[in-house]
Design a protein around this ligand. Structure first.
Ligand SMILES: Nc1ncnc2c1ncn2[C@@H]1O[C@H](COP(=O)(O)OP(=O)(O)OP(=O)(O)O)[C@@H](O)[C@H]1O
Ligand SMILES: [Mg+2]
Length: 277
């Protein structure tokens, strides 16, 4: 069995300034993530997804319980640099992650912190900028870019660091459909190359090929299993405010008309294959 790269033991967290029943953001979460897994993290607004991933690169530390990244405890400040090198994160809001006054400097920032040689930094900036379609924006000031352009700059900066764990908090929410598709295939390539991916999204279509889905409800894990099993549980999906992928919805519509597909397809290409053979 592959080694566990992230481990949470009885983790709870409450934001110090939150009031009343909003206080507890995570309750008693225990889970292990193995190196190389693709995890989809889902749940309704406010269920604790962003809080959970902030625990994984030591931006937050648990009120009780412990989090380890590659064996290193996040509660020990001395581990923070190594933890953040291992687990790269793309935040939900790109504005909170842009640090420099030009796109090029922004992508360079993390690379310089890694202490890489100048030629290697330049090579990685060029590759990442091309991959994310921001090569023409390198001289621009990031704060004047559109939301989707900013999101691509942040993605380029984090992917250029080549972290072993890539944490993506709704990374495509501002991308146009073509950029979103390109981004997915890029993430899939990184995953097939051995990276561990933790991917937060509200779109189940983005998770059909995930190894595993974790669903949160009010700060607790209410599902931990295969995509197929969560997509078939309407009660759970309703509880966590999610819709099954388009292919599953189409298959259900067909089933109501007497055309039962088995197994239920999770993607449009599986659906086409089952219908057309
Ligand atoms: N900085 C903060 N201060 C106080 N409370 C917070 C803070 N950030 C989040 N919370 C609260 O913690 C809970 C979990 O929030 P979190 O942002 O983790 O949810 P989420 O699942 O990422 O939601 P979304 O889908 O809207 O991004 C919510 O009740 C939220 O109001
Ligand atoms: Mg969030």
């Amino acid at each position: 069995m592959e080694q566990s790269i992230i481990s949470l033991k009885n983790v709870s967290y409450a934001y110090p300034h939150a009031a009343g029943d909003q206080r507890v953001a995570l309750s008693d979460i225990t889970l292990d993530i193995r190196e190389g897994e693709f995890i989809g993290l889902v749940g309704a607004n406010g269920s604790g997804k962003s809080t959970l991933v902030r625990m994984l690169n030591a931006l937050l530390v648990p009120v009780s319980g412990e989090v380890r990244v590659d064996g290193l405890l996040t509660s020990d400040r001395a581990n923070h640099n190594r933890i953040r090198e291992t687990a790269g994160m793309v935040f939900q809001n790109p504005d909170s992650q842009i640090v420099a006054t030009s796109v090029e400097d922004d992508i360079a920032f993390g690379l310089e912190n890694l202490g890489l040689p100048v030629e290697e930094i330049e090579r990685r900036i060029t590759t990442a900028a091309r991959r994310f379609g921001v090569a023409g924006l390198l001289e621009r000031e990031p704060h004047w870019l559109s939301g989707g352009q900013k999101q691509r700059v942040v993605l380029a900066g984090v992917v250029a660091l080549e972290p072993r764990v890539l944490i993506l908090d709704e990374p495509t929410s501002m991308l146009d459909p073509c950029s979103r598709r390109r981004f997915h295939s890029l993430v899939e390539d990184l995953w097939r190359g051995g990276a561990t991916i933790i991917y937060i999204t509200q779109l189940m279509d983005e998770l059909a090929f995930a190894d595993r889905i974790l669903a949160l409800d009010a700060g607790r894990v209410v599902f931990d299993g295969r995509p197929r099993d969560i997509f078939s549980s309407d009660e759970l999906l309703e509880r966590i405010s999610l819709e099954p992928p388009l292919a599953v919805r189409l298959a259900r519509t067909l089933a109501r008309r007497g055309c039962e597909l088995s197994p239920v397809p999770l993607t449009l290409s599986q659906l086409a294959e089952e219908i057309c053979g």
